[in-house]
Design a protein around this ligand. Structure first.
Ligand SMILES: Cc1ncc(COP(=O)(O)O)c(C=O)c1O
Length: 404
C-alpha cells in the first residue's frame, strides 16, 4: 500500500492471506482451462450430484414463492430435521438447539464471534483445516496450535492439550473426521480429550462436517459423550460434505439453547438468515430416505481411498500418515523425496513436490504448509475412478523418475 491510497484496511484484513488451498486449485483449474490435461486432486468437496429430494424441494419452494427472509435461526422444520439428523449419533438436540447458517464456515465464524473476548486462546489441533486460525484471529482470538507427537498417527493426546492450556484458553476445537489428515478419533480418544476440556472448564467446538465420510471405523459425535460434555459443546456441521451440497450453503450450529439464541442474534444482524430456498432443499434431503444412496456413495469413495492407499504403498518416499479413515483425503509425508531431483529442480519441501508434480506430471495436490504440516501433501480422492487411477500412475512415475 502506498501512503496516498485513501482506503486503509484494518490490520485484521490487511494481513489476511487468501487461502493457499484455493490458490493451488485455481492454478490447476487455469491449466485445465488452457487445455492442459491436469488431474486435479485438490478438491475439498465430494463430486456427487445434489440428491433429488433436495432439488425437488427447492423447485417447490420457488414455485410457492418461498423467497422471503426466514426467521434468523432458520425455518422451524429444518431446525427440527437437523436435530433429528444429529441425534442419530446419540445426541439429544431439539429444534431450539439448532441455528441454520450459510455453511459450516459461517457457523464457525458465529461461534468464535460469540465466544471469544480479545486475546482468548483457542486450541487448534494440527494439522488443521486452513481457515481455523484465520477465523479465530479475525475476531481477536489467538489460535494456539497443538501438535501431535512425531510419528504417523497425526492425533493429539490429552497430555498435549493439557500442556497447551494457559489461563487465557477458552476453546478446544475438535475436527473428526479431520480435514486435511483424514484422521478419525475413536470414542475413547474423544472421551479423554473432552475430559481435559471439562477439567479446565473449556468450551468445545466440534466441527463434524464430515460425519458421514468414515471408513473401517465409526463416527462419534462429541456432544453424544454425555450431558455434561454436551453442555459445553457446540456442534458444527452442514450439508456440504455428507450431501455434496457445497453450493447450497447450508450449515448449522447445535448447542445449549442460550448459546443458539446468541448465535441467531448474531446472524440476525449480519446475514439475516441463509437462503430460504436452500433451507427448503436441505429439509427435503434430511427428511427423505437417502440411507441407501449415501451408503452407495460412501462405498464408492471407500473404493477410491483403498486404491490410493494401495498405489502409494508402492511409491517409495511417499508415506501415508494418519490412517486415512475419514473425510476424502489421504495425507502423505513426502519428506523422503527431499534432495531428489526432478527433470528441472531439486525438491526441498512439500511445496516443491506439489509444484513440480503439477508442472511436470500434471497432477494437482495441496502442499501442507497452510495446514501446519510442511512435509505433507493432501490428496483428495473425490475424482472419478479412471481419473484417479491415471493420477496415481502419474504420481508413481513422477516419483520413480526422481534422481539422486
Ligand atoms: C473441516 C471443515 N469445516 C468446515 C468447512 C466448511 O464447510 P461449508 O461448506 O459448510 O462452509 C470445511 C470445508 O471445506 C471443512 O473442510
Amino acid at each position: 500500500m502506498t501512503p496516498t491510497e485513501p482506503i486503509r484496511l484494518a490490520a485484521r484484513a490487511a494481513h489476511l492471506p487468501a487461502s493457499a488451498t484455493a490458490a493451488l486449485d485455481a492454478r490447476a483449474k487455469q491449466l485445465i482451462a488452457d487445455g492442459v490435461d491436469v488431474i486435479n486432486l485438490t478438491s475439498g468437496e465430494p463430486a456427487f450430484a445434489t440428491v433429488e429430494p433436495a432439488a425437488l424441494a427447492a423447485i417447490a419452494a420457488i414455485g410457492e414463492d418461498f423467497t422471503r427472509y426466514t426467521p434468523a435461526a432458520g425455518i422451524p422444520q429444518l431446525r427440527s430435521s437437523v436435530a433429528d439428523y444429529l441425534n442419530r449419533h446419540g445426541t439429544t438436540y431439539t429444534a431450539d438447539s439448532v441455528v441454520i447458517t450459510a455453511g459450516a464456515k459461517q457457523a464457525l465464524h458465529y461461534a468464535f464471534t460469540g465466544l471469544l473476548e480479545t486475546g482468548d486462546e483457542v486450541l487448534v489441533p494440527a494439522p488443521y483445516w486452513v481457515s481455523y486460525p484465520h477465523m479465530v484471529a479475525l475476531v481477536g482470538g489467538v489460535p494456539v496450535e497443538v501438535r501431535p507427537a512425531p510419528g504417523n498417527s497425526l492425533k493429539i493426546t490429552p497430555q498435549q492439550v493439557r500442556q497447551a492450556i494457559t489461563p487465557r484458553t477458552r476453546v478446544l476445537l475438535l475436527n473428526s473426521p479431520a480435514n486435511p489428515s483424514g484422521v478419525v478419533y475413536t470414542r475413547a480418544e474423544l472421551t479423554a480429550l473432552a475430559a481435559v476440556a471439562a477439567e479446565h472448564d473449556l468450551i468445545i467446538i466440534s466441527d463434524e462436517i464430515c460425519d458421514h465420510w468414515v471408513y473401517e471405523t465409526t463416527f462419534t459425535s462429541v456432544a453424544a459423550l454425555g450431558p455434561d460434555i454436551a453442555a459445553r459443546t457446540l456442534t458444527v456441521g452442514g450439508m456440504s460434505k455428507t450431501f455434496a451440497m457445497t453450493g447450497w450453503r447450508i450449515g448449522w450450529i447445535a448447542a445449549p439453547a442460550h448459546v443458539s439464541r446468541a448465535m441467531a442474534a448474531i446472524q440476525s444482524h449480519t446475514a439475516s438468515a441463509p437462503s430460504s430456498v436452500s433451507q427448503r432443499a436441505a429439509h427435503g434431503a434430511l427428511t427423505a430416505d437417502l440411507a441407501q444412496e449415501l451408503n452407495r456413495r460412501r462405498a464408492a469413495l471407500d473404493e477410491r481411498r483403498k486404491a490410493v492407499l494401495k498405489a502409494l504403498s508402492d511409491v517409495p518416499g511417499v508415506q501415508v500418515d494418519g490412517e486415512a479413515q475419514g473425510a476424502f483425503f489421504v495425507f502423505a509425508d513426502v519428506s523422503k523425496t527431499y534432495g531428489l531431483r526432478s527433470s528441472t529442480h531439486t525438491i526441498s519441501s512439500a511445496a516443491d513436490f506439489a509444484g513440480l508434480l503439477l508442472s511436470e506430471a500434471r497432477v494437482a495436490v495441496v502442499p501442507g504448509a497452510d495446514f501446519a504440516a510442511p512435509d505433507h501433501v493432501r490428496i483428495s480422492y473425490t475424482v472419478p475412478p479412471d481419473r484417479l487411477t491415471e493420477g496415481l500412475r502419474r504420481i508413481s512415475n513422477f516419483v520413480s523418475g526422481l534422481a539422486t
